[in-house]
Write a protein that binds this ligand. Structure first.
Ligand code: NAI
Length: 255
C-alpha cells in the first residue's frame, strides 16, 4: 500500500522523465494531483510518456532537454513557469551509467561525460529551479544521487565521483536555501530494476543474481519505490528534512 499525497495546484518538474525512476516519479506526482513537467533527452520516449499521462487526464508539459546544456535547462524552467505559473517541486534525476573501468585506464572523455550529465546536469537544473523558487520563497528539490554517492565500488570511480558530487552540492545548497523556505535533499537509490540496470545485465556488467544477493533485502528495488521516497521528501511530511542523502537501497549501505 502506498501513502497518498495531495499536490493539487502544485507543479512538479522531473528530469530523465522518459524512463525508469523519472517516469515512475512523474506518474506518482501526476496521480497525486500535481501538474507535471517531463524533461528528457530522448524525444520519442518523452512524447510517449507525455501522451500516456495526458490520456489519463493529467496536466502535462513535455520539455525536450539535454541537461548538459545550461541554455536548454534555463529554457525548460522558463517553459514550466510560462505553462503553469510556478514551480513547487523538482526531481533532478537524469543520469547515465558508464562501463566499469580500472581507475588507471579510464578515458578522460568518459569521466567528463558522466560528470557533465550526472553532476553538472544536476547543478544546472538546481540553479535554474532555484531562480524561480527563490522568487516564490518556497519549493522542494530532490537530487538523484546513488548508493554510489555514499560508498566506493571497484571499477566505478568516475560514476561514483559524479554521485558523491551530487551530495556535496545538495548539502551546500540546502544550507543556503533552508532559511529561504526551500528544502533540498538527495535520494540514494540502490540497484533498481530500470532500463539502465537491464542494459547493465544485458551487457554483462552486472549479474542479476549477484546484484540481488548484494542487497540485504535480497531483491532489486522497483522504480516506484524511489518515486515514493521522492514524493515524501517533496511533501510537507518532510518539512524538517534538509540536506539529507537518503539511502533507498534495501539496506545496501547499512552494512
Ligand atoms: P534510465 O536509463 O531508465 O533513465 C534515465 C533517463 O535519463 C533516460 O530517459 C535518459 O534519456 C535520460 N537522460 C540521460 N541523459 C540525459 C541528458 N543529458 N539530459 C536529459 N535526460 C537525459 O535510468 P534510471 O535507472 O531510471 O536512472 C535514473 C537516475 O538514477 C540516474 O541518475 C541514475 O544514475 C540513478 N541511479 C540509478 C540506479 C539504478 O540501479 N537504476 C541506482 C542509483 C542511481
Amino acid at each position: 500500500m502506498n501513502p497518498t499525497y495531495d499536490f493539487t495546484g502544485q507543479v512538479a518538474l522531473v528530469t530523465g522523465a522518459a524512463s525508469g525512476m523519472g517516469l515512475a516519479t512523474a506518474h506518482a506526482f501526476a496521480e497525486a494531483g500535481a501538474a507535471v513537467v517531463l524533461a528528457d533527452l530522448n524525444a520519442d520516449a518523452l512524447d510517449q510518456a507525455a501522451r500516456q499521462l495526458t490520456a489519463a487526464g493529467h496536466q502535462v508539459l513535455a520539455a525536450a532537454c539535454d541537461v548538459t546544456d545550461e541554455g536548454q535547462v534555463a529554457a525548460m524552467v522558463d517553459q514550466t513557469v510560462h505553462a503553469f505559473g510556478r514551480l513547487d517541486m523538482a526531481f533532478n534525476n537524469a543520469g547515465i551509467q558508464i562501463p566499469p573501468a580500472d581507475a588507471a585506464d579510464e578515458d578522460i572523455e568518459v569521466f567528463d561525460r558522466v560528470n557533465a550529465i550526472n553532476l553538472r546536469g544536476v547543478w544546472a537544473c538546481m540553479k535554474h529551479e532555484l531562480r524561480q523558487m527563490r522568487t516564490q520563497g518556497s519549493g522542494a528539490i530532490v537530487n538523484c544521487s546513488s548508493l554510489g554517492g555514499l560508498v566506493g565500488i571497484p571499477g566505478r570511480a568516475s560514476y561514483h565521483a559524479s554521485k558523491h558530487g551530487v551530495i556535496g552540492i545538495t548539502k551546500s545548497a540546502a544550507l543556503e536555501y533552508a532559511p529561504r523556505g526551500i528544502r533540498i535533499n538527495a535520494v540514494c537509490p540502490g540497484t533498481i530494476d530500470t532500463p539502465m540496470v537491464t542494459d547493465m545485465i544485458a551487457n554483462g556488467e552486472l549479474d542479476r543474481a549477484q546484484a540481488e544477493a548484494d542487497q540485504p533485502i535480497a531483491r532489486l528495488g522497483r522504480a516506484d519505490e524511489i518515486a515514493q521516497a521522492v514524493l515524501w521528501l517533496s511533501s510537507p511530511g518532510a518539512s524538517f528534512v534538509v540536506g539529507v542523502a537518503l539511502p533507498v537501497d534495501g539496506g545496501y549501505v547499512a552494512r
